[in-house]
Design a protein around this ligand. Structure first.
Ligand code: PHE
Length: 462
C-alpha cells in the first residue's frame, strides 16, 4: 500500500504548525486550565502539569503526527496501514473518530455561549451587575432551549462553512488569520491587565511551587488528564492534520512548536485572568463559571468599558473555532477516506449528525435539566465520557501502537529525520513512561486505583 496522493496538503510547515496549534489552543486553555489551576492552588499544580506535558503530551503528540504523516490517511486508515493486517488496531482509530463526534457536539454549544457573550458584553449588559445577577443572567440564557439550539446550529454552520472549503483554502486559511490575531489580542489584554491590576500576584501564584502539600493525588491526575484535552490528543486530530503534511516536513520540530504554543497560551490566559481576579477583594467564584459568570462582571466593573470584555470573548471565539474545525475535520476525513465520499457530502453529513447529537447538550441546562445519565446531565455526561475515558484510552493505544507495534525502522525514518538527537529519549519515554502514566489515569477513572490504595493501606496497617 502506498500513500494516497489525492488528498489535500498544507502549503508549508508553518501552515501545519498554525493549524495544529489552532486545534490545541481552545476552550481548554482559556476556560478550563485557569479554573482547574485555581482550584488546585497554582504553583505546584502548574509544575506537575508541565511535567505531564513533557512526559505524556509531547511523546503522544509526536506519535500521532507520525502516524498521520507516514500513512497519509484518516485515523482508522492510519492504524490499518501501519498495523499491516491487524483487524483490531483500526478500531482504535474508529474510536478516535467517535470521540471527535462526541466532543464537537458539546463544544459547539459552548462556542455558542461565547458568541452570545461577545454581543452581550458589547452592549454593556453586565454593567453594574452583582454576582447573583450575572449568575441569573447566565442561567436564564442557558435555560432558553430555542436560543441554545439556534446558537448551536449557527456555530455548526460556521464550522461547516470553513471545513467544506478544504484543507488549504478552508482550515489553513482561517488559522493563518485567527492564530496571529489571537496572539496579538491575548498579549495586548494580558499586558494591560497585568500592568493595571495584580500582575505580580498572578505570577507568584503560578510559579511559586512551595505549596506541594496542597496538591492532592486527584490534582496530579487532573493535570495529566487535562494534558490530553488541551493538546487535542487521543482522538485522531493530530493524526488527521499530520496526514496533510508533505514529505520533507519535520515531525519532531512541528510537535515541539505546537506544544510550546499551547503551553505559552495557557499561561498567558492565566496571567490575564488572575491579574483581574486577584485585584478584586471580594471572594470571587472561580469554578467552571469563571468565564461566563465571574470575568465579564469583573472586567466591566474594573475597566469600565465594554470593549475590553467583548474583545476578550472575541479571543475565546477564535480559539474555539480553530479547535472545533479540527474536530470536524477528523470526522470528515474519516467519511472521505473510508467511504470514498465527496468532501462536501462528508462535511454536510457530519455537520448535521453532530448538530443532532448536540441537541441534548444544548438543552441540558434548560428543558432537559432533569435528565440524568450516570448522575449527570447530557452535556456533562458527554464531556465526562470523552475527557475521562475516550481521550486517555485513545492516547494510551496510540502510545503502545507507535512504541511497541509499528516497525521501528519506519518510525525512525520519519521522526528522526530532523532534530534526530532527541529521538532516543522520545522513544524510550513513549515506550516506558507514557503508557504507565496514562494507565494510572485510566485506572483512577475506573476506580481500580482507589480500591488498590485502600487494599495496600489496609495490608500495611495489619
Ligand atoms: N484542544 C482543544 C482545547 O483545548 C480541544 C480539543 C480536543 C480539540 C480534542 C480537538 C480535539 O480546547
Amino acid at each position: 500500500m502506498t500513500k494516497p496522493n489525492n488528498r489535500g496538503h498544507w502549503s508549508s510547515q508553518l501552515g501545519f504548525i498554525l493549524a495544529a496549534s489552532g486545534s490545541a489552543v481552545g476552550l481548554g486553555n482559556i476556560w478550563k486550565f485557569p479554573y482547574i489551576t485555581h482550584k488546585n492552588g497554582g504553583g505546584a499544580f502548574v509544575l506537575v502539569y508541565l511535567l505531564c506535558v513533557l512526559c505524556v503530551g509531547f511523546p503522544i503528540m509526536l506519535a500521532e503526527i507520525f502516524m498521520g504523516k507516514k500513512s497519509g490517511r484518516d485515523p482508522m486508515g492510519a492504524y490499518r496501514y501501519l498495523a499491516r493486517g491487524s483487524r483490531w488496531w483500526p478500531l482504535a482509530g474508529a474510536m478516535g473518530v467517535l470521540s471527535g463526534f462526541v466532543i464537537l457536539s458539546y463544544y459547539s454549544v459552548v462556542s455558542g455561549w461565547v458568541l452570545h457573550y461577545i454581543w452581550a458584553s458589547a452592549w454593556g449588559t453586565f454593567r453594574g451587575m452583582d454576582s447573583a445577577q450575572i449568575a441569573d443572567y447566565f442561567n436564564q440564557f442557558a435555560a432558553n432551549g430555542t436560543e441554545q439550539i439556534l446558537y448551536h446550529a449557527l456555530m455548526m454552520a460556521v464550522f461547516f462553512s470553513i471545513v467544506v472549503q478544504g484543507v488549504k483554502q478552508g482550515i489553513e486559511r482561517i488559522n493563518r488569520l485567527f492564530m496571529p490575531l489571537l496572539l496579538v489580542i491575548l498579549v495586548a489584554l494580558t499586558s494591560y491587565s497585568m500592568w493595571e491590576y495584580s500582575g505580580m500576584r498572578a505570577v507568584t501564584f503560578l510559579f511559586n511551587p512551595d505549596n506541594f502539600s496542597q496538591l492532592s493525588s486527584h490534582g496530579v491526575l487532573e493535570a495529566l488528564g487535562h494534558s490530553f484535552f488541551t493538546l487535542s490528543l487521543g482522538m485522531g486530530a493530530m493524526i488527521t492534520y499530520g496526514s496533510y503534511m508533505r514529505d520533507d516536513e519535520g515531525v519532531m520540530s512541528g510537535g515541539f512548536w505546537i506544544v510550546l504554543a499551547d503551553v505559552v497560551i495557557s499561561l498567558l490566559a492565566c496571567f490575564l485572568i488572575y491579574s483581574i481576579l486577584f485585584s478584586f477583594n471580594e471572594d470571587v467564584g472561580a469554578g467552571p463559571g469563571l468565564l461566563f459568570m465571574t470575568l465579564p462582571r469583573l472586567i466591566d466593573q474594573m475597566t469600565g468599558f465594554a470593549f475590553f470584555s467583548s474583545l476578550f470573548f472575541v479571543l475565546v471565539l477564535f480559539a474555539a473555532i480553530t479547535s472545533a474545525i479540527s474536530l470536524l475535520e477528523v470526522v470528515v476525513a474519516f467519511f472521505h477516506d473510508e467511504f470514498k465520499m465527496r468532501r462536501s457530502t462528508a462535511c454536510a453529513l457530519s455537520s448535521v449528525a453532530i448538530f443532532l447529537l448536540g441537541i441534548p447538550s444544548a438543552l441540558s441546562l434548560g428543558p432537559l435539566s432533569e435528565v440524568r445519565l450516570l448522575g449527570k446531565n447530557p452535556f456533562d455526561f458527554l464531556d465526562y465520557l470523552a475527557s475521562n475515558w475516550m481521550l486517555p484510552i485513545g492516547g494510551f493505544l496510540s502510545a503502545i501502537f507507535v512504541g511497541w507495534v509499528v516497525d521501528e525502522i519506519a518510525v525512525r525514518s520519519e521522526v528522526a529525520r530532523r532534530w534526530g538527537a532527541l529521538y532516543p529519549g522520545w522513544r524510550w519515554t513513549l515506550r516506558f513512561v507514557t503508557p504507565v502514566l496514562v494507565l494510572l489515569v485510566i485506572l483512577r477513572t475506573t476506580g481500580v486505583l482507589e480500591s488498590l490504595g485502600t487494599l495496600i493501606s489496609s495490608v500495611l496497617s495489619t
